[in-house]
Design a protein around this ligand. Structure first.
Ligand code: IPM
Ligand code: MN
Length: 363
């Protein structure tokens, strides 16, 4: 199997965590005789500083000829006063748009060992396993017109969807649900917004193609509460862009740390893979960052871009085993460290790699 991976590590902890993800992929390539090649390019704040733009042409060109893009994180406090279209985040939005992936898959699952880190009671989160399917190229993020008029003191964005944009992401959600627990929860604000009424109508249409999958609708405000009260009731959660952004962060609470969660964006020319966590500038460069989100993102590359399901599962199993054995990065430790071993970013990466090797040897 040959795979050309573009690595855009970005800012803050991005380089540290993507290093570990790449190392796991290299290990998988060596073990299985695969040919994975890695190219590195700049994106985000580092690109603004070095190249004067958050998504240099050179990075975009390299992304478009790769089989998969692995992104670390973008953003930094020094860019906070810039306009939205000049910020590091603009580079991320631009590469998302250019690659064309419209379905952002964001799993939120509970790790038994991390239940102590969640403010939710263990019996609420135990066994929770949600897959968010977040529409990634529409809604208020990209809708026009958009403006902040400083003269008039008026600002607006446009939350806009076409029928086709809703249908294509809904279809992906139903397909994924059909292979899971066969339930789709579609999130909207159809009691207030026309754009949500369209969303709901189209989702109902698409659902007819998947009679084996149950569809329910929730308003986004109620959903925010249900996710904390009864996360186990949800399987695939289908949302528009902004609602999905908010609810997927909220669901980090179920896992105990956002640092554990991966994501994959599919449906476009080139799939884009990024951990859900941000650039965490406060801990950057200190070896404190949790590489698990990035490593589990590497597993998604194997699953969705390489067809290496066995290897993807080996990484996921290894991540669980390492936690079972009491290994943690600092973000996963709350106070009591009895029975736990706190590892640096690189040590955690090495531990997962060694465990992946064991898991694959046994299988
Ligand atoms: C995310 C992030 C991004 C988003 C930012 C960094 C633009 O919050 O991936 O969830 O809002 O989509
Ligand atoms: Mn977000």
């Amino acid at each position: 199997m040959k795979l050309k991976i573009l690595v855009t590590a970005g800012d803050g902890i991005g380089p540290e965590v993507t290093n570990e993800a790449v190392a796991v992929l290299q290990e998988i390539a060596t073990l299985g005789g695969h040919e994975f090649t890695f190219t590195e390019k700049r994106i985000g704040g580092i690109a603004i500083t070095t190249d004067g733009a958050p998504l240099p042409q050179d990075t975009l060109d390299a992304a478009l000829v790769s089989d998969a893009v692995l992104l670390g994180a973008v953003g930094g406090n020094e860019f906070n006063s810039l306009a939205p279209d000049k910020r590091p985040e603009a580079g991320l939005l631009a590469i998302r748009a250019a690659l064309g992936g419209f379905a952002n898959l964001r799993p939120a699952f509970a790790f038994k060992e991390l239940a102590v880190n969640s403010p939710l009671r263990p019996e609420i989160i135990e066994g929770a396993d949600i897959l968010f399917v977040r529409e990634l190229l529409g809604g208020a993020y990209f809708g026009k017109p958009r403006e902040w008029n400083r003269q008039t003191g008026v600002a607006f964005n446009t939350m806009i969807y076409t029928r086709d944009e809703v249908a294509r992401v809904a279809r992906i959600a139903f397909k994924l649900a059909a292979a899971r627990r066969k339930k789709v929860t579609s999130v909207d604000k159809a009691n207030v917004l026309e754009v949500s009424q369209l969303w709901r109508a189209v989702v109902i249409e698409v659902a007819k193609e998947f009679p084996e999958v149950t569809l329910e609708h929730q308003y986004v405000d109620a959903m925010a509460m249900h996710l904390m009260n009864r996360p186990r009731d949800f399987d695939v959660v289908l949302t528009e862009n902004l609602f999905g952004d908010i609810l997927s962060d909220e669901s980090g609470v179920i896992t105990g740390s956002l640092g554990m969660l991966p994501s994959a964006t599919i449906g476009g020319k080139v799939n884009l893979y990024e951990p859900i966590h941000g650039s965490a500038p406060d801990i950057a460069g200190k070896g404190l960052a949790n590489p698990m989100g990035a490593i589990l993102t590497a597993a998604l590359i194997l699953r969705h871009s390489a067809g290496l399901e066995r290897e993807a599962e080996a990484i996921e199993q290894a991540a669980r085993k390492v936690l079972e054995q009491g290994f943690r990065t600092a973000d996963l430790v709350r106070g009591n460290t009895a029975g736990l071993t706190v590892l640096s970013t690189a040590e955690m990466g090495a531990k997962v790699r060694a465990t992946v090797k064991e898991v694959l040897a046994r299988a």
